[in-house]
Write a protein that binds this ligand. Structure first.
Ligand SMILES: Cc1cc2nc3c(=O)[nH]c(=O)nc-3n(C[C@H](O)[C@H](O)[C@H](O)COP(=O)(O)OP(=O)(O)OC[C@H]3O[C@@H](n4cnc5c(N)ncnc54)[C@H](O)[C@@H]3O)c2cc1C
Length: 372
């Protein structure tokens, strides 16, 4: 038992907050250090798969989740021109192998859900980790404001450009996949023909548009992927250009054109990932979430993998005889699985118009793997 451990988490994204919630549940002491002065205000629509919602249910957040999120009845696949090609009902996700719902919600809403599980004083805003030094019995953290703190364990949940990862392992090469992505949200009333109870995917030869209901169906969150004009660029979302989006989908179905016409606050970015890492940590330091396994968006698994990481990390820290052992056990369990998700998502980057089968990731139950 490694109780009374003080765990420092760098980064209060969904990964860092999930880790903190899981650690608190195991009775561990946690401090989350976030570089930004406030938590992210982000209205991106998130698809939360059953392997993620199952964890939230076990944390006693199922009722709140279902009050906030939409449970789409189906995924509907259409040709770029609008004709229906295939329909995958999602109702069965609530039962049988999945035993948990498929949900769509706004990023902000998931933040609020996780924050409800965390005493506020555990989160220290405006504290950018600038370095760390490990000793035999702990980790000394240094911050950009000149301050410092000590902890028994450091978890780098500091995102795709992780400082913790760069100090541990170096900076992996970014791999671009020749696509540009756009995301945004709009009022569902602006696309009156679009059903509000399902996710709709329009597939063109090399592009796709996905519209998902959020906010009780009052809004549509969309993500569009088109061939990129360049193979470099940032992953940080940039302000999108409505005219470029509209031009990319000019000849498409009327509902797609209505989405591009009504979309406000569009963001665009150039998705990239890294080759899967060979290791995530050493000594009393490890990685979690996008810092450990940045992935392309084609499997809708980024957040669910964060939640699984969080459960595994907290379990091992609470049960292993020593922190170093706990972290290596956590990494040994998680790295092969997240590698598979990363590579699966990457395989889809070359076939943006294909529909991936992600069932194997959605049925994965982290608790079963911890018990086994
Ligand atoms: C447009 C878009 C749509 C997506 N849609 C989906 C989806 O539908 N379903 C899904 O599952 N996933 C989706 N994802 C992926 C998902 O959002 C990410 O996988 C997930 O949010 C990663 O969380 P994270 O906490 O690991 O990283 P981040 O969200 O990047 O959080 C890292 C945090 O660390 C902080 N930080 C960085 N450096 C430091 C430092 N030195 N000191 C202190 N703090 C630091 C940052 O400020 C940030 O708050 C999407 C991503 C994008 C961009």
């Amino acid at each position: 038992m490694t109780r009374n451990l003080r765990v420092a988490v760098a980064g209060a994204g969904l990964g860092g907050l999930a880790a903190a919630a899981a650690l608190v549940r195991q009775g561990l002491e946690v401090a989350v250090y976030e570089q930004r002065p406030r938590l992210v205000e982000d209205e991106t629509a998130l698809h939360l798969a059953p392997n993620g919602t199952r964890i939230l249910q076990r944390w006693g957040l199922g009722t709140q989740l279902l009050a906030l999120a939409v449970q789409p009845v189906a995924w509907e696949f259409r040709e770029w021109s609008g004709s229906l090609t295939w329909r995958q009902p999602l109702g069965r996700m609530g039962r049988g192998a999945f035993a948990a719902p498929y949900c769509t919600l706004l990023t902000d809403e998931l933040y609020d859900l996780l924050l409800a599980r965390l005493p506020q004083e555990r989160i220290r805003l405006g504290r950018r980790l600038s370095g760390f030094e490990e000793s035999a019995d702990g980790v000394e953290l240094e911050f950009a404001d000149g301050g410092s703190a000590t902890a028994d364990v450091l978890v780098g949940a500091d995102g795709v450009r992780s400082l913790v990862r760069s100090r541990l392992i170096g900076t992996p090469r970014r791999v671009y996949h020749g696509t540009t992505a756009y995301s945004g949200a709009l009022q569902a009333d602006d696309v009156p023909g679009l059903a509000r109870d399902r996710v709709t995917v329009w597939l063109g030869p090399d592009s796709r548009m996905v519209g998902a209901p959020v906010s009780e169906g009052e809004q549509i969150g969309f993500v569009a992927v088109v061939p990129s004009r360049s193979r470099t660029g940032g992953r940080r979302p940039l302000r999108g250009q409505p005219a470029a989006l509209a031009a990319d989908f000019g000849g498409w179905a009327a509902d797609v054109k209505a989405i591009t016409a009504a979309a406000g606050g569009i963001r665009s970015w150039t998705p990239y990932d890294h080759a899967p890492l060979k290791r995530w940590g050493s000594g009393r330091v490890t990685l979690l979430g996008d810092a450990a396994h940045p992935m392309l968006p084609y499997h809708g698994q980024g957040v669910s993998q964060c939640l699984e990481d969080a459960v595994a990390l907290a379990h091992h820290l609470a049960t292993a005889p020593a922190p170093e052992q706990a972290l290596r056990r956590y990494e040994a369990l998680r790295l092969p699985h997240t590698t598979r998700v990363q590579l699966g998502s990457r395989a889809n980057a070359f076939r943006p118009a294909a529909v991936p089968d992600v069932t194997w990731a959605q049925v994965y139950d982290i608790e079963e793997h911890l018990a086994g």
